[in-house]
Design a binder for this molecule. Structure first.
Ligand SMILES: [Ca+2]
Ligand SMILES: [Ca+2]
Ligand SMILES: [Ca+2]
Ligand SMILES: [Ca+2]
Length: 512
């Protein structure tokens, strides 16, 4: 049951400019992964929404991120929206389709991108397919979902062989699995995803998402005998058809086992990006060898033309600031995530050190609310836009780590040059100002100290060295390569081959 928790877990004159900004960002991409329900509420109903997110695009641009990854938008009863009542509707609490299009166009006018999170493998009992197919063998949707019996009275189980989800508010939500082997279901998905790429179908993508995240993607979905070989029969055809709609769109798949480096997904499912789960654990381990090994397998061996999303936190993982109170270690993790390579994805609130760990509050998806709390905008924890949709609904509120006057809020950190938020801004600005840090390839930097992890980032003539002291003691080291640092970008000055770093210090230098 515990595992339920993490699963529930552009006018013609502008054409050229917009198409360029939509196809490939000039700088390194930095994604902001946001639980929009918890980000900013525009209309006072405590539910974060699309207009609220649009009102806070200035905040995101000042932070320096270039892209936004949402959680599912479609109509659902559960707060995280992973199980849809209707894939074609925007959840009313988030706003309208017009609000969505307005957000997307504003994002694109700013030269940013936006990605949608999709999980079309499951539907709820309120979905048309369920309502029309159960007990009706003549329904056109008879084979759109899977049944346990020949009379189609019993829709089959979903993930973890569960039949329902118990919502944080006590609502019981019956859920079943979609028959992804039905060619009509593939056709439906092609239409659905294509709609979100270009809603008005005019071939201009200023109104469309720049790509998708595929939640819980599997070749053999949940080991169901009816749902084998899905990379070849469902995901690859879907990705191929979507590339025909917009060749610049990208697909990131969430590997279902949270471990795989994604080779199979790249090769057989044709996806563009995977998540660097192994590197996430390594970056938080402060273990040099683990960092070398995982950076090697996840970054250096990533196939040409493919990418890895590099993250520390997401909606299914405990906040690092809850596991590690030492602000120096939070800064080391941030520097590794933003400078090591791949495409960093910052989970909203991470940049201000928001806290939150999985709860044990019984069989309910409320257990995940601590990792998806209202974004902390104000010193007092209260004010316009605070998306406290879960206020007074259970222990996730009663035991909330969202607190006033604790230094964890945008208001408290914005004005302070030494805040975590300011450090994130500095790192992103550094990354964006330097071609090697923005998009350069990764290479381990050998050095003699077991507590100092280092790497080079290189593109063309631009080459940068990053050294990180993983320990709470001062350390010095000798670089064993021939590269010589000459200009300090961050941290201490450095000798030609020798470096000294204070406890948990990060140094960044141009090298030749
Ligand atoms: Ca609202
Ligand atoms: Ca809803
Ligand atoms: Ca369009
Ligand atoms: Ca606070």
């Amino acid at each position: 049951m515990k595992y339920l928790i993490f699963l529930l877990l552009f006018t013609a004159s502008l054409t050229g400019w917009a198409q360029q900004s939509l196809s490939k960002p000039q700088k390194g991409e930095v994604i902001y992964h946001v639980c929009q329900r918890s980000f900013y509420d525009s209309n006072g109903d405590t539910q974060g929404d699309l207009n609220g997110l649009r009102q806070k695009l200035d905040y995101l641009q000042e932070l320096g991120v270039t892209s936004i990854l949402l959680m599912p938008l479609y109509d659902a009863d559960c707060y995280h929206n992973y199980f849809a009542n209707d894939f074609e509707k925007i959840d009313a609490e988030f706003g309208t389709m017009a609000d969505y299009i307005k957000l997307v166009k504003d994002v694109h006018r700013r030269g940013m991108k936006i990605y949608l999170d999709m999980e079309t493998q499951y539907v709820t009992s309120k979905h048309r397919w369920w309502k029309e197919a159960v007990g009706n063998l003549k329904s056109p949707y008879s084979d759109y979902i899977l049944f346990d019996d020949a009379a189609h009275q019993q829709p089959t189980t979903m993930i973890f062989n569960l039949r329902e989800l118990i919502s944080y508010d006590g609502t019981v939500i019956p859920i079943t699995t979609v028959n992804l082997r039905n060619p009509d279901v593939l056709t439906y998905n092609v239409g659905l995803f294509s709609y979100f790429l270009d809603p008005n179908k005019d071939g201009n993508f200023d109104d469309g998402a720049d790509g998708f995240r595929l939640d819980h993607a599997m070749d053999n979905l949940d080991e169901k005998p009816a749902l084998t070989n899905l990379f070849a029969t469902f995901w690859k055809p879907l990705v191929t058809r979507l590339k025909q709609v917009n060749p610049a769109m990208t697909i990131v798949a969430e590997q279902a086992n949270w471990n795989d480096v994604g080779t199979d997904y790249f090769e057989r499912a044709g996806v563009d990006r995977m998540f660097g789960f192994g590197l996430q654990r390594a970056m938080l381990s402060f273990n040099k060898q683990q960092l070398i090994n995982k950076a090697d397998s996840i970054l250096r061996l990533c196939p040409q033309g493919k990418d890895q999303l590099i993250f520390l936190e997401n909606h299914d993982i405990d906040r690092f600031a809850s596991l590690e109170k030492d602000g120096r270690k939070q800064r080391v993790a941030a520097a590794l995530q933003l400078l090591i390579g791949g495409i960093p994805a910052i989970y909203y609130g991470q940049e201000i050190g928001m806290q939150g760990r999985n709860g044990s509050f019984g069989n309910t998806d409320g257990n995940d609310i601590p990792r998806r709390q209202a974004f902390d905008w104000y010193k007092s924890g209260e004010g316009p836009g605070m998306a406290v949709w879960y206020k007074n609904t259970g222990q996730w509120w009663a035991q909330s780590t969202l607190k006033p006057n604790d230094g964890i809020s945008v208001a408290e950190q914005l004005a302070s040059p030494t805040s975590l938020l300011s450090y994130y801004k500095k790192l992103i600005a550094l990354k964006q100002s330097n071609p090697a840090l923005a998009t350069g390839r990764y290479e381990n930097a050998d050095n003699t100290n077991a507590s100092i992890y280092g790497f080079y980032r290189t593109t063309g003539a631009s080459r940068v060295l990053v050294l990180v002291n993983l320990s709470d003691q001062p350390q010095q080291t000798t670089l064993t390569g021939r590269s010589r640092p000459y200009k300090t970008l961050l941290g201490p000055a450095i000798g030609l081959q020798r470096a000294r770093l204070a406890p948990y210090e990060v140094g960044v230098w141009e090298v030749r």
